[in-house]
Design a protein around this ligand. Structure first.
Ligand code: NDP
Length: 319
C-alpha cells in the first residue's frame, strides 16, 4: 500500500494529507449511503484525514452534509480530533436576499446551519466559496474572523478568488488577526489559470493551496477513452460535466497523456494527481470519487510524484 504523506499548510503548523476527499458528488440524498460510507472509511484507512464539503452539496443542497454527519456519528465519534473537516458558503442556499453571496448575515447563518446538519460543534476550515463583487471584501473577511473568534471554525480559507483579491484578502485577514489559511482553486492539466499569478501570491503570502477537480471531473482518467459510460458523471445529467465536453480533440490528448502515464507505471488519473502535486505551493490534491477503487487509484499516485524536465515538456506539448 502506498504511504500517505502530509504537507504543512502555508505558514501554519497544520499538515494535510497529499490527497484529500471532496464530497461534492455521490454523497447526496439520492446517492447510496452504503457507498458513501465505504468511501469515507476507505479514505481514512488510507491516511486521508481531510474531508471537504460545502453547504450546497447534494442534491438536494445540504444533503451531503447530512450524509457525512451520519457517517461521522456512526464511525468516527471517537475520532473527531483525527480529522480536518471543511465546509463553505458562497452559492445560493435559501430564498431571498440573505441566502447567497458574501455578507456577514449569510456566512454566519449558513455555517450554523451546516454545523447542525453535520452534527458538529465546529469545523476545522470554513471557506468563502466564491468572490462576491457586491459585498465589500472587508465585510466578508470580517465575518470569517468573527467565525473563528466565536469558535465556529479553527481556520479560514477562500475559494476561486483571483490572484489580486487573494493578495488583498491576505493583508486584510492578517490585520484582523485571523490569517488566511488556505486557498481552494480549480486546477488540473486542463485548467491552468493559477499558474499565471495565483501560485506566486500563495507562496509569497504563505497560504496553503488545495486544488479542486484535479481530474477535471473525471476527464483526466481512463473513464471516457472508450465512450461515455452510463454510470459516469458526464452521463449523469447534473450539468457540470456534459457529454459534449468529451470531444475528439480531447480524447486525442488523453490517449497521448496515457502513454506518458504508462511509461511512468501510472494510470492516467495517477499522472493527473501527481502533476498537480508537483508545485511546492500545492498542499493537497482535492479529488472526488464515485467508488472506493477510485480512491485507491488516486493514493497510488504518491508512489511516483517526481517528474523529469523532459516529461513536463512532453505533457505541455500535448496540452
Ligand atoms: P475530480 O476532478 O477528482 O473528479 C472526480 C470524478 O472523477 C469522480 O467522481 C469520478 O467520476 C472520476 N474519477 C475519480 N477517480 C477516478 C479514477 N481513478 N478513475 C476513473 N475515474 C475517476 O474532482 P471533483 O470535480 O469531484 O472535485 C473534487 C472536490 O473538490 C469536490 O468534491 C469538492 O469538495 C471540491 N470542489 C470545490 C469547488 C469550489 O468551488 N471550491 C468546485 C468543485 C469541486 P465518475 O462519477 O464518472 O466515476
Amino acid at each position: 500500500m502506498t504511504e500517505m504523506t502530509y504537507q504543512r499548510v502555508g505558514a501554519s503548523g497544520v499538515r494535510l494529507p497529499a490527497i484529500s476527499l471532496g464530497l461534492w458528488h455521490n454523497f447526496g440524498g439520492d446517492d447510496s449511503y452504503r457507498n458513501a460510507r465505504a468511501m469515507v472509511r476507505r479514505a481514512f484507512d488510507l491516511g486521508i484525514t481531510h474531508f471537504d464539503i460545502a453547504n450546497n452539496y447534494g442534491p438536494p443542497a445540504g444533503s451531503a452534509e447530512r450524509t457525512f454527519g451520519r457517517i461521522l456519528r456512526r464511525d468516527f465519534a471517537r475520532r473527531r480530533d483525527e480529522l480536518i473537516i471543511s465546509t463553505k458558503a458562497g452559492y445560493r442556499m435559501w430564498p431571498g436576499p440573505y441566502g447567497d453571496g458574501g455578507t456577514r448575515k449569510y456566512l454566519v447563518a449558513s455555517l450554523d446551519q451546516s454545523l447542525r446538519r453535520l452534527g458538529l460543534d465546529y469545523v476545522d476550515i470554513f471557506y468563502h466559496h466564491r468572490p462576491d463583487p457586491e459585498t465589500p471584501l472587508e465585510e466578508t473577511l470580517g465575518a470569517l474572523d468573527h467565525i473563528v473568534r466565536t469558535s465556529r471554525a479553527l481556520y479560514v480559507g477562500i475559494s476561486s478568488y483571483s490572484a489580486e483579491d487573494t493578495r488583498r484578502a491576505a493583508v486584510l485577514l492578517r490585520d484582523l488577526g485571523t490569517p488566511c489559511f488556505i486557498h481552494q482553486p480549480k486546477y488540473s492539466m486542463l485548467v491552468r489559470g493559477i499558474e499565471k499569478g495565483l501560485l506566486t501570491v500563495l507562496r509569497e503570502e504563505k497560504i496553503g493551496c488545495i486544488p479542486f477537480s484535479p481530474l477535471a471531473q473525471g476527464l483526466l482518467t481512463d473513464r471516457y477513452l472508450n465512450g461515455i459510460p452510463a454510470d459516469s458523471r458526464a452521463a449523469g445529467g447534473m450539468g457540470f460535466l456534459k457529454p459534449t465536453d468529451v470531444t475528439d480533440a480531447l480524447l486525442a490528448k488523453l490517449r497521448q497523456l496515457q502513454e506518458i502515464a504508462r511509461a511512468r507505471a501510472q494510470t492516467l488519473a495517477q499522472l493527473a494527481v501527481a502533476w498537480v502535486l508537483r508545485h511546492p505551493e500545492v498542499t493537497s490534491a482535492l479529488i472526488g470519487a464515485s467508488r472506493v477503487a477510485q480512491i485507491d487509484d488516486a493514493v497510488g499516485a504518491l508512489a511516483n510524484r517526481h517528474f523529469s524536465a523532459d516529461e513536463l515538456q512532453a505533457i505541455d506539448r500535448i496540452l
